[in-house]
Ligand binder design. Structure first.
Ligand SMILES: *Cc1c(COP(=O)(O)O)cnc(C)c1O
Length: 340
């Protein structure tokens, strides 16, 4: 089969590919799992995932390298995060090996949809863990479905490496101080749809949320973590129990220190102290690194580096990270998993 896709102009949209992985948890154990050609999930109308949000998801990418091979970036970290989310939602853990092997199987089965090297496109994997079965009371499911589907994607935010503006939101939170903000669950996103719509209707890329307890500190973008670079070459990201711990963010903290010689800091980012940043960005698997041009807070637009140009340190971080992901730059030990 030859695939005709405009690889250079992929956005972030669902596209049904031939194969997905599916495994079922029943009677206290996972089955072996299999590839399936059925893109429709079959589940009880009483499933806890549908009524009470007992579910979790992940997101990671497969990258085509210059020599034509395909590789994953830190999939074991996604497996571990899904395990932590599963613990929080009283769901069974998917073992790391099962998770990583399933990712590889889905990529291999859909290999012709991994965008060519040099187009900027990647194959996005979406693992999903949901509580299913005939349970209508408020309690955890006894049966679960773990599935992974894939789709070729390009840029998540329209600008790519061009800066865009974000709206700092003080009226809505995406998560509660001791709620599920650190778990990758759909409920946090459900809470973010309305503020996200308001921000987009005003021309912003997305919302930046404040810490839900005091509304004085930047937490994160609705679907990506925040970072800023100070005049003194510090790479600062917020630290909070209600932020989703981004694997991209922790990778950048490492690369900032070991490859760029910056000082990595996880700490408070007060909205009254934005002047100390000379550059800022949003980071995540889907967003990669999206430079933040400016942030609107109440009636003031604060510009970091420029509304039209990416700052030099942000660009170096982007080049280092994507160079590693696409196999052009040597990766720190254990970061790359080949799909053979
Ligand atoms: C998935 C996600 C991120 C990014 O995490 P990565 O591991 O870097 O992809 C950031 N914020 C939220 C709310 C997320 O769900």
């Amino acid at each position: 089969m030859t695939v005709s896709i405009d690889w250079e102009n992929l956005g972030f949209e669902y596209r049904q590919l031939p194969f997905r992985y599916i495994s079922v948890y029943k009677d206290g154990a996972w089955d072996d799992g299999k590839l399936s050609e059925d893109a429709i999930l079959h589940l009880s109308e009483a499933s806890p995932a549908l009524h009470y949000g007992q579910q979790a998801f992940e997101g990671l990418k497969a990258y085509r390298t210059k020599d034509g091979s395909v590789q994953l970036f830190r999939p074991d970290e996604n497996a571990k995060r899904l395990q932590r989310t599963a613990d929080r939602m009283l769901m069974p853990q998917v073992p790391t090996e099962k998770f990583v092997e399933a990712c590889k199987a889905v990529v291999k089965a859909n290999e012709e949809f991994v965008p060519p090297y040099g187009t900027g496109g990647t194959l996005y994997l979406r693992p999903l863990l949901i509580g299913v079965g005939d349970i209508i009371g408020v309690k955890p499911a006894e049966e679960y479905i773990f599935t992974i589907f894939a789709m070729p994607v390009g840029n998540y935010f329209k600008g790519g490496l061009a800066p865009t503006n974000f709206l700092i939101q003080g009226d809505f939170d995406r998560a509660a101080p001791h709620g599920t903000g650190a778990a990758k669950v759909g409920g946090n996103y459900a809470a973010s749809l309305l503020p996200g719509k308001v921000a987009k209707s005003q021309g912003f890329s997305d919302v930046i949320y404040l810490d839900p307890a005091t509304h004085t500190k930047i937490e994160e973008v609705g679907s990506a973590n925040f970072f800023g670079i100070t005049k003194d070459n510090e790479f600062i990201t917020p630290l909070s129990l209600s932020i989703l711990p981004s694997i991209t963010k922790y990778s950048l903290l490492y690369l900032a220190e070991h490859r760029l010689g910056l000082k990595p800091v996880e700490g408070d980012v007060y909205i009254t102290e934005l002047d100390k940043f000379v550059e800022a960005g949003a980071c995540g698997t889907a967003a990669v690194i999206s430079p933040i041009g400016g942030v609107q807070y109440q009636d003031k637009l604060h510009i970091f580096y420029s509304e039209t140009e990416v700052g030099p340190i942000t660009r170096r971080l982007y080049d280092e990270l994507t160079g590693i992901q696409f196999g052009d730059i040597e990766a720190p030990e254990g970061w790359i998993v080949k799909v053979d």
